[in-house]
Design a protein around this ligand. Structure first.
Ligand SMILES: Cc1cc2nc3c(=O)[nH]c(=O)nc-3n(C[C@H](O)[C@H](O)[C@H](O)COP(=O)(O)OP(=O)(O)OC[C@H]3O[C@@H](n4cnc5c(N)ncnc54)[C@H](O)[C@@H]3O)c2cc1C
Ligand code: SF4
Length: 588
């Protein structure tokens, strides 16, 4: 039996980064909001307590804070000629679960995508001709960098980002990223104090005429009080950051930046341990009535609401749309349908340099403490003579020296035994790593849909990935790896390694939780699922917020842009949508 609950103005699915931003903004606008969160309540004092927050086995290896496949698995294959099989363990990416979402255990690299990303198809066509991108399904996002600037700024000030501006109102700033778009003002906090490895990386890359700058970080360089009046503390560089909650109130998350204010509001409520099964549509299939969810006791509820916001993480947003019948599922054979279209990932590679005479003290670290060069990112360099588009940031961000997982050894070292032990002892403190984080561009054959065979514990089809790295992206990544080899040699170490990205996406080794696309934004309902305000083209009182909206992925982490899109959508809901609720903000 389904219990029908009293109506709310807004129901939000998921209380991670985007859910918390939207909940705060819309309650400020006077709306009565309920968030329904699949995982448990999580708070710093009780859940990331200093006494046990740094339990590497529990959090780093057994991934206590993450979504487990028994709750929701996904199936994967590299091409339509294969049969997709379920991931029995999340590996390649690690979705979040519980209040705060993946924002609890993220690293905190906080980037802005560029105008040349938002207008990528026009930009690349104008610069290199249409032929250069004909194998890719690149399309504009429907917004410009200038339109997004205010929202980026709001996210960065909410989160207390530490960094150095590279371009303020068109003036290039010494020490910042000279390739970034103009911003109105500097970051709220100065860059973090650098440890030895990124300091050396900056010296070496500068000697190669590159332009290193401090990676913008959501690990706070100083104490900070954000615009909501919430105080955070300076990061202690504890090195238990990615995969861990921060015990120190130093990593920006919903917990440290929004919830202390949001939870006191009378017009806000969260229901945890409650999984939304689908959005309920009316008979016209053009209007959402609310959502159906089930709690851990198996009780089912219908929550009626005037507006539904999907903030469940990009992949879950896409699956919920498919399970609810919102829009048409993408078909790669015909190119019709938009839900599942343009799924993209991240095209990464890594290098290590082994020294005899250096001590990097790798345990003094934070999730986003490091240096980056963007000289080979996006379209910051001329692709004219090259055989690819896109690029990668090169990052030296030694995020931890944790004893179980961080054991660099040079090639040729046995994988166990006394020689392995000796090599670990020798290399632990004297190895420097850096990596490329590359763009991932859409193709017709990379997409998400519902698996025809495998179902979850409620009998609903799992999300199916059909994905492999496109040839363009492999060429890009290998070209950037060659540049990384130049950098590795310039360090003058004893030995170096330099991995190269190969075809055949493998869902086992961790790569990044930067899954993008599937419900992309755009200007044409035939090729995008949501309009430029993240409003569904098909069901006007549903907004879909997250990296699901990315029409492609850049060589950057997504959350700065995800957070900005959340503010962008919140603003338009408050300023325009509520004047004429239920109506499309953009005519099709
Ligand atoms: C290990 C790791 C490191 C990362 N590092 C970085 C980084 O350095 N920089 C960066 O930019 N990004 C990083 N990310 C990605 C970043 O965490 C995400 O981009 C960000 O959290 C996305 O915000 P969101 O609101 O879309 O989703 P989330 O923050 O994940 O929130 C979604 C919420 O929805 C809930 N939910 C899902 N389905 C349902 C349902 N059916 N019913 C109810 N609730 C549901 C989930 O439990 C979750 O709490 C990292 C991620 C991981 C896992
Ligand atoms: S490294 Fe800093 S931000 Fe990260 S968990 Fe430790 S104290 Fe918190």
């Amino acid at each position: 039996m389904t219990t029908i609950l009293p109506r709310k103005d807004v129901v939000i699915v998921g209380l991670g980064w985007t859910g918390a931003i939207l909940a705060h903004e819309l309650t400020e606008g006077g709306l009565d909001v309920v968030a329904i969160e699949r995982g448990p309540w999580r708070d710093t004092a009780t859940d990331f307590n200093i006494g046990y927050a740094q339990d590497e086995l529990r959090y780093g290896i057994r991934r206590d804070l993450f979504l487990q496949p028994a709750v929701e698995a996904m199936t994967m294959r590299n091409s339509t000629s294969q049969t997709a099989l379920p991931m029995r363990d999340y590996g390649s990416f690690l979705p979040g679960n519980g209040v705060g979402g993946a924002g609890v255990h993220w690293n905190g690299h906080t980037w802005r995508f560029w105008d040349s990303d938002f207008q990528i198809a026009d930009h690349l066509r104008d610069r290199y001709g249409a032929g250069r991108i004909q194998d890719l399904q690149l399309q504009n996002w429907g917004v410009t960098g200038a339109e997004m600037e205010k929202s980026f700024d709001r996210f960065e000030y909410l989160a207390g980002i530490s960094g150095k501006a590279g371009n303020i109102s068109g003036q290039i700033q010494e020490g910042g990223n000279p390739f970034e778009d103009p911003r109105a003002r500097d970051y709220p906090l100065p860059p973090m104090q650098m440890t030895y490895a990124p300091t050396l990386f900056a010296e070496v890359t500068r000697s190669l005429n590159l332009h290193p700058f401090p990676t913008p970080s959501a690990n706070l360089s100083k104490d900070y009080i954000n615009p909501l009046g919430i105080a955070m503390g300076q990061c202690t560089m504890c090195g238990f950051c990615e995969r861990f909650g921060c015990a120190n109130y130093s990593k920006s998350s919903a917990q440290t930046t929004i919830l202390p204010v949001l939870m006191k509001k009378k017009n806000f409520e969260v229901r945890t341990d409650s999984e939304v099964l689908h959005v309920d549509l009316d008979a016209s299939k053009k209007h959402a009535r609310g959502v159906t969810y089930v709690n851990t006791s198996g009780e089912e509820f219908f929550q009626p609401a005037d507006m539904v916001l999907l903030c469940a993480y990009g992949l879950h947003n896409v699956r919920l749309m498919m399970l609810s019948g919102i829009g048409q599922i993408y078909d790669p054979n015909t190119g019709e349908g938009t839900i599942g279209r343009n799924y993209c990932y991240q095209t990464n590679a890594g290098a290590q340099v082994f020294f005899d005479d250096k001590n990097f003290n790798p345990f003094i670290a934070a999730g986003a403490l490091g240096q980056t060069v963007d000289d080979y990112n996006g379209d910051a360099f001329d692709h004219g003579p090259l055989d690819f588009v896109g690029g990668a940031g090169i990052n030296c961000i030694p995020s931890n020296g944790r004893p179980i997982q961080t054991r660099p050894t040079p090639p040729g070292t046995p994988r166990w035994g006394s020689d392995w032990k000796k090599a670990t002892v020798k290399s632990y403190k004297s190895t420097l790593g850096f990596s490329s984080q590359g763009s991932s561009y859409p193709t017709r054959g990379n997409y998400l849909d519902l698996d025809p065979t495998y179902t979850d514990r409620f009998g609903r089809p799992l999300l199916r990935f059909t994905f492999d790295f496109p040839d363009n992206d492999i060429r890009m990544s290998n070209w950037v790896s060659d540049r990384m080899e130049d950098i590795a040699k310039a360090f003058g170490g004893r030995q170096y390694t330099n991995t190269r990205r190969k075809k055949g996406w493998d869902s086992v080794p961790y790569q990044s939780t930067h899954n993008t696309g599937g419900a992309i934004m755009g200007t044409d309902p035939k090729t995008s699922a949501v309009n430029k305000y993240l409003q569904s083209w098909d069901v006007a009182n549903v907004f879909v917020i997250g990296a699901s909206a990315f029409a492609h992925n850049a060589g950057k982490n997504p959350t700065g842009t995800v957070g900005a899109l959340a503010f962008h959508a919140a603003d338009v809901i408050r300023q325009q949508y509520l004047r004429n609720p239920g109506q499309p903000l953009v005519s099709a």
